[in-house]
Design a binder for this molecule. Structure first.
Ligand SMILES: C[S@@+](CC[C@H](N)C(=O)[O-])C[C@H]1O[C@@H](n2cnc3c(N)ncnc32)[C@H](O)[C@@H]1O
Length: 461
């Protein structure tokens, strides 16, 4: 069962509606079929219509015709044009003989692959050639049919919409017969076998599956399962290009998954991309990897979240501060025990210094002795010129109860000067850049704060 959790693509606009699966999409598939039939029969079709059908139209129609509830359930969010362009650029670096998308939707990633395939001396020959090279799978028949028609149209456009007497019929069974209805995980089940290039933009939900037992016994990211099955399915030398939720790159709970992938793959690049598109509010990254033999010498030099630009050596905030999540769960913890000043995110100024927070609360658990710095746990990637995180220095004399939506940085030398230096480090541009690479998810982790490189204040002047 797929449920909606962190890391899933959540559409921010769009219609609700009844659960009718993807059946409504057949209205659009019928339009595509008409378009390809007309083109094959030599009837006039407007190039504008053809171009739209291989671009964003398939996603627009998805949002119009398929209920949001169902799109979320199966993770149907088709790759938008800018991401498709990035994938095409990556595919141009190493061309392959064949391409497989195990969750192909209406074929956007296969269209990216077709961009790097050559054309033959006739439309019919190109269609036959692409049919042999393009493999795909999706649980929704309507999407599979759309993918086949769109690839046909892409071939047509590459041939300048020239009519070919041999292409008299565009029955979906005739061309692109390796793009089929089925479960993508089944299509990836045979290890070490696919010699080509796997393209992946899988559903981003959460599922329970025995396929994830090597890294967790709990329900886990469907995307992690698909990506791991995909790299296992590759023969040695085969490649994967995957669009994945950022939590797989930066989340500590996916460390074991990353280690497993690193054991059988050489990462060729990791590109942090940002929000999937205007309709799906989740940050993604692009993984480009090559399958290697388990014995190959390819010990990864970097962490997934540390592309070459991020230094892995040198002092860290964690060398000078103990980093802790606040200990009060306000709506759960009983109001008993001594009364303390109580720090809650909404009562604090955005940055700067305060003697003691104005709130008060009884609390029987662990409290913190000032001076220390508080950071809000929720922080979006920085806009240009803004800081990703700001600290608030607490300078008073009494112990403070701290809400668990805040992270406390406690100076190991107990000095206010160290805290002030930390405010400078946090507010600096290099720290914002570093954090945006390290963790794009909205929740700062204790681990990420500990690892922020320390810089002397003199570095900022
Ligand atoms: C995020 S969309 C991506 C589609 C396409 N790869 C693209 O990039 O545009 C994920 C697709 O996976 C399909 N899907 C969900 N579960 C699947 C499964 N178990 N096997 C195959 N396809 C699946 C959905 O129908 C949806 O079309």
């Amino acid at each position: 069962m797929v449920t909606q959790r962190q890391g899933q693509k959540l559409e921010v606009t769009g219609s609700g509606g009844d659960m009718t699966g993807a059946r409504g999409y057949s209205e659009y598939t019928a339009q595509l079929r008409q378009l390809t039939t007309d083109a094959a029969a030599g009837r006039t079709v407007q190039p504008r219509r053809l171009l739209a059908s291989v671009d964003g139209e398939a996603s627009e129609q998805l949002r119009r015709l398929v209920p949001l509830q169902y799109r979320r359930q199966v993770g149907a969010f088709f790759t938008p044009a800018p991401l498709k362009q990035r994938v095409t650029e990556l595919l141009l670096r190493h061309r392959a003989n064949s391409y497989l998308d195990p969750t192909c939707g209406s074929g956007d990633l296969l269209l990216a692959a077709s961009n790097v395939l050559p054309i033959q001396n006739s439309l019919a020959a190109t269609l036959r050639d692409w049919t042999d090279r393009l493999y795909g799978c999706d649980i929704n028949r309507e999407f599979v049919e759309a993918a086949r028609h769109r690839l046909f149209i892409a071939a047509l456009l590459r041939h300048g919409v020239a009519r070919d007497e041999q292409v008299t019929s565009v029955e979906t069974g005739r061309y692109f017969s390796n793009i089929v209805v089925g479960d993508g995980l089944n299509s990836l089940s045979k290890a070490d076998s696919f010699t080509g290039h796997i393209l992946l933009n899988p559903p981003f939900g959460v599922m329970s599956s025995s396929l994830s037992r090597e890294w967790t016994s709990k329900p886990t990211s469907t995307a992690a399962i698909f990506a791991y099955q995909a790299v296992r399915h590759l023969a040695f030398g085969g490649r994967l290009t995957a669009i994945l939720p950022d939590v797989l790159r930066s989340g500590s709970r996916y460390q074991s998954w990353r280690t497993l992938v690193d054991e059988i793959c050489a990462r060729e690049s990791i590109i942090t991309y940002g929000q999937f598109d205007d309709h799906a509010d989740v940050d993604v990254f692009l993984l480009n990897a090559r399958r290697v033999t388990p014995l190959a010498e390819h010990r990864p030099a970097t962490e997934w979240w540390a592309p070459e630009a991020l230094p892995l050596t040198g002092p860290r905030i964690g060398d000078y501060f103990t980093i802790r999540v606040g200990t009060v769960v306000d709506n759960r913890d009983p109001t008993e025990g001594p009364i303390y000043p109580f720090a809650k995110a909404r009562d604090l100024p955005p940055s700067g210094e305060v003697s003691l927070p104005s709130g008060r609360r009884k609390f029987a658990g662990r409290v913190f002795e000032p001076p220390f710095v508080l950071l809000r746990r929720t922080s979006r990637p920085a806009k240009p010129g803004q800081s990703r995180v700001c600290g608030v220095l607490i300078t008073g004399k009494n112990p403070v109860a701290v809400d668990n939506h805040l992270i406390a940085a406690l100076p190991k030398d107990h000095s206010i000067e160290s805290c002030r230096a930390l405010l400078g480090v946090l507010a600096s541009e290099p720290t914002s850049e570093w954090l945006d690479n390290r963790i794009r998810c909205r929740h700062l982790t204790v681990g990420a704060v500990r690892e922020i490189p320390w810089r002397d204040l003199a570095d900022f002047s």
